[in-house]
Design a protein around this ligand. Structure first.
Ligand code: S3P
Length: 425
């Protein structure tokens, strides 16, 4: 579907509530399905990725029902059963990598399949550590489909070369079923939703600096309310900062410090952003964000431990940086090439088409601002939800209208995106 976006001739104002966090929604369904007992999950994501996870756990025998539009009830004896048909993870890397950790230690075999993009994404990063734990997994040269032959696992001490929450979570999940102790150490701390939910549901888990240690444990089901997704809020934060005269509130945003890098970067860029009403919900920090148009944004360097804290926000940060004075340099983000698309290459090729001064580097990109965004071009979303939404934000300040091909891919994480944008216009 081609979406046309035109320049806004007034500021964004009012209030929106941001829908559920994708990472937390996945984990809420997965962990409740392997936990003993029953629970209610409130504010579950309506994105297609989280629904892939939900359908897979139904197939694996969990009793999952919708009570209301975004409220689920889950009952499970904590024991999964073999699915006779393949488990379809769709477009979702999180689903594939996390459930591999669960399935590796079961007493049955499973097959995980996915769409074209998912079938190109690297799976060796989980196959290798799982194999060290005793798992038996067949893949097509490190890609899905994955055939997982359930085995008895043993704990390992894994030094992850990547700061990846998907890799970390996969190993920790396998660790629940393994004999002995499992330790994962990462170069920088990646999002810790698994650790927080494990703690909340009673797993035997310890966190020490960049290491997480888990012992075989049974989880106990407990009601979970999913916080709003800061990665979805990021599109609105960027829009508010660059659309003149904007001033609005984004309510219910997850503010977990391992995810809130975007807020620090906006402050580093001298953007006008304020966090209000902080509290804790099911182990996660949550609050409201006020964002105002910021005429004097400045470029900055984004690198090292910044990266895992804002990895999914980098496409929209590129758009934001085009409206800041000076250079914004993103380094150490090579894993962006392994997302739903090669986000470095695709971002640079498409933003260049509308007049943004952006250069590709091996591990990131450099944006030179302040650019007038010409627009007047049709951009390809490369089946990547976050690229599609980032381009939409650029369109709001472009001189001429832009077209976005494949805009329907926004449904992967954020079907409510455009409707919420209209609420602010
Ligand atoms: C996620 C972790 C990140 C992120 C993805 C969701 C998660 O991926 O990009 O959107 O829920 O664990 P990596 O672990 O590959 O960095």
């Amino acid at each position: 579907m081609l979406k046309i976006v035109q320049k806004l001739n007034k500021g964004l104002s009012g209030e929106i509530t941001i829908p559920a966090d994708k990472s937390v929604s996945h984990r809420a369904v997965m962990f409740s399905s392997i936990a003993k007992g029953s629970c209610i999950i409130k504010n579950f994501s309506s994105g297609a990725d989280c629904h892939s996870t939900l359908n897979i756990f139904k197939q694996l025998g969990a009793n999952i029902e919708f009570k209301e539009e975004k409220t689920l009830s889950i009952k499970s004896g904590g024991i999964l059963k073999k699915s006779l048909s393949p488990l379809n993870a769709g477009n979702s890397g999180t689903t594939t990598r996390l459930i591999s950790g669960i399935l590796a230690g079961q007493n049955f075999d499973s097959v995980i399949i996915g769409d074209e993009s998912l079938s190109k994404r690297p799976m060796k990063r989980i196959i290798e550590p799982l194999t060290q734990m005793g798992a038996k997994i067949e893949s097509t040269e490190g890609h899905a489909p994955l055939r997982i032959f359930g085995q008895k696992l043993h704990g390992i001490e894994y030094n992850s070369p990547l700061a990846s929450a998907q890799v970390k979570s996969c190993i920790l999940l396998a660790g629940l079923y393994a004999d002995g102790v499992t330790t994962v150490t990462e170069p920088y701390v990646s999002r810790n939703h698994t650790e927080l939910l494990f703690e909340y549901l009673g797993a035997n888990i310890t966190v020490k600096d960049n290491s997480v240690i888990v012992k075989p444990s049974e989880l106990t089901a407990k009601d979970i309310t999913v916080v709003g997704d800061i990665s979805s809020a990021a599109f609105f934060i960027a829009a508010g900062l660059i659309v003149p005269n904007s001033d609005f509130i984004i309510k219910g945003v997850g503010l977990n410090p391992t995810r809130s890098g975007i807020i620090d970067i906006v402050q580093r860029m001298s953007g006008n952003i304020e966090v209000l009403n902080k509290k804790t919900e099911s182990g996660e920090l949550i609050g409201d964000i006020r964002v105002q148009y910021s005429e004097n944004l400045k470029g900055c360097v984004i690198q090292n431990d910044d990266i895992p804290r804002l990895i999914d926000e980098l496409p929209v940060i590129a758009v934001l940086a085009s409206q800041a004075e000076g250079e914004t340099v993103v380094k150490n983000a090579e894993d962006l090439r392994n997302k739903e698309s090669d986000r470095i290459k695709c971002l640079v090729s498409e933003l260049t088409k509308i007049g943004i001064n952006i250069t590709e580097t091996t591990d990131g990109f450099i944006v030179r601002g302040k650019n007038k965004i010409n627009g007047g071009a049709e951009l390809e979303s490369y089946h990547d939800h976050r690229l599609a939404m980032s381009f939409y934000i650029a369109g709001l300040v472009a001189e001429n209208e832009i077209g976005i091909n494949g805009f329907e891919w926004t449904n992967i994480s954020f079907p409510e995106f455009e409707q919420l944008m209209y609420q602010l216009i």
